[in-house]
Write a protein that binds this ligand. Structure first.
Ligand code: SF4
Ligand code: SF4
Length: 436
């Protein structure tokens, strides 16, 4: 049988050799910690501490601001200095709780769940402030409570890690696979009809072998080897590869009987339930040709990105481009003076900005963008429509099905900024739909 995959996609240089064999190293930050109240999709959290309060590691410092929101916990012990607006990875200033780290790492008391039934698991996930750690930041307790839970028949662990350079999930699979399996079993406990599938790209044979061996005794879990192809880890591509079911932008994975969580999220669920530990740290890959010691670091939420770069040995030369997240879908940073939040999976630092180095030219109608588009769109045509501001037509031609994967821009020989236009088109077309 061929490897599981999806239509379209491409094979960018993956750069994972820089950090894939570097074991996870814990980094203890110094000085000021910055906790944005918006580190997730949904309503911002509401601060429940004030200036002058002493906080402990794992203490709740902000309460979820609604059902679709998430609690925030301190990752250090120290004193609340102030609550003020600070720049974040998104490029926007948001309200943040600033804590002066006392360096003692005094921990709050954690209470493991004694009887992990449905209600207790969901409550522990909610209390721990767990959100999708693959980058989306959607509150996990909401994802785990679909309208028709009896229709869920697949819990898919997104272990593709298809973005180039990032190796954080890979290291977790190699170093703490038992915690991943435990987290998956806790999710499976919520959905008695479901089977668990850990989907791993076949460029990680050691992880496939390790998890396959460990899952031999797990009746409800199987490991699926996926074809290495970007964007294999995009939710729609993954669901299609594993189940053959297609979903569109107006559907949720639950509509196709699936719940998808990434490796780090499943591990966070394990920690929340079995240790009572809130989500206040995660594994981050710091890499790129500008970094002295590329590697994988266990990073406390709130750590300054510049400090994290120093922890990785600093820069050989000043990077021309710095990205939070992967090179295909991540956010370019204009400053390193931003905090690492819950969804901060990697810090990529490159000596060259290849995008800026290329001037876009006219479309030569080669059709390559159409061939690689996993959503089956015509990026060449849709980007022109978006650029001229006809968002109604953009929507009629299914532009909103774009998953913003970046494949079209990557492949385009004319270096046209297709993804940028698609993102704008999507944002405006969705706003138009809401206004109607
Ligand atoms: S149009 Fe959207 S989904 Fe298609 S390749 Fe471009 S960014 Fe990806
Ligand atoms: S890949 Fe670029 S040059 Fe080729 S059809 Fe698409 S937009 Fe035009």
């Amino acid at each position: 049988m061929g490897l599981l995959t999806f239509r379209g996609g491409l094979h960018p240089y993956d750069g994972k050799e820089l950090s894939k064999d570097r074991p996870i190293t814990e980094y203890l930050p110094k000085g000021e910690m910055v906790f944005p109240l918006s580190q997730h999709i949904g309503a911002p959290a509401v601060a429940c501490v004030k200036k002058g309060d002493r906080v402990l590691v794992g203490q709740k410092i902000a309460e979820a601001g609604g059902f679709v929101s998430a609690n925030i916990h301190s990752s250090v012990s120290g004193k609340v200095k102030k609550i003020e607006q600070r720049m974040t990875v998104s490029g926007n200033k948001v309200n943040c709780i600033i804590v002066e780290n006392d360096g003692l790492y005094e921990q709050a008391e954690f209470t493991p769940v004694e009887n992990p039934d449905r209600e207790a698991i969901i409550n522990a996930v909610k209390e721990a402030g767990i959100v999708g750690l693959g980058g989306a930041g959607f509150p996990t307790h909401v994802k785990l409570t679909p309208k028709e839970p009896e229709k869920i028949d697949r819990i898919i662990i997104n272990a593709a890690e298809c973005e180039p350079y990032i190796t954080a999930d890979y290291r977790c699979m190699m170093e703490i696979p038992d915690q991943l399996i435990s987290g998956l079993n806790l999710i499976l406990a919520l959905f008695p009809e479901a089977k668990g599938v850990i989907g791993i790209e076949d460029n990680k044979p050691e992880a496939i072998a390790k998890l396959t061996e460990l899952c031999k005794s797990e009746d409800r879990i199987e490991v699926a080897a996926l074809k290495t192809k970007y964007p294999q880890g995009a939710e729609r591509s993954l669901i299609f590869a594993v189940t053959g079911r297609a979903i569109n932008s107006s559907m949720l994975p639950a509509d196709a009987g699936c719940i998808v969580d990434n490796v780090a999220t499943a591990i966070a669920i394990h920690e929340a339930v079995t240790l009572g530990k809130p989500l206040y740290e995660r594994v981050v890959t710091v890499t790129g040709d500008a970094v002295v010691n590329p590697g994988n670091y266990k990073v406390k939420a709130g750590t300054n990105a510049a400090e994290l770069a120093e922890a990785a040995g600093g820069f050989k030369v000043q990077p021309e481009k710095v990205i939070s997240g992967g090179p295909m879908m991540g956010m370019a940073l204009s400053t390193l003076d931003v905090p690492c939040g819950k969804t901060f999976s990697s810090l990529l630092c490159f000596t060259k900005d290849e995008v800026r180095a290329c001037e876009p030219s006219n479309c030569i109608r080669c059709g390559r963008c159409i061939e690689v588009c996993p959503a089956g769109l015509m990026p060449t045509k849709l980007s022109e429509i978006a650029d001229r501001g006809d968002f109604e037509l953009f929507d009629q031609l299914d532009g909103c099905e774009c998953v913003e994967c970046g494949c079209c821009s990557y492949i385009c020989p004319a270096k046209r900024r297709l993804t940028q236009s698609m993102k704008t088109g999507r944002r405006e077309a969705l706003a138009l739909r809401r206004r109607k």
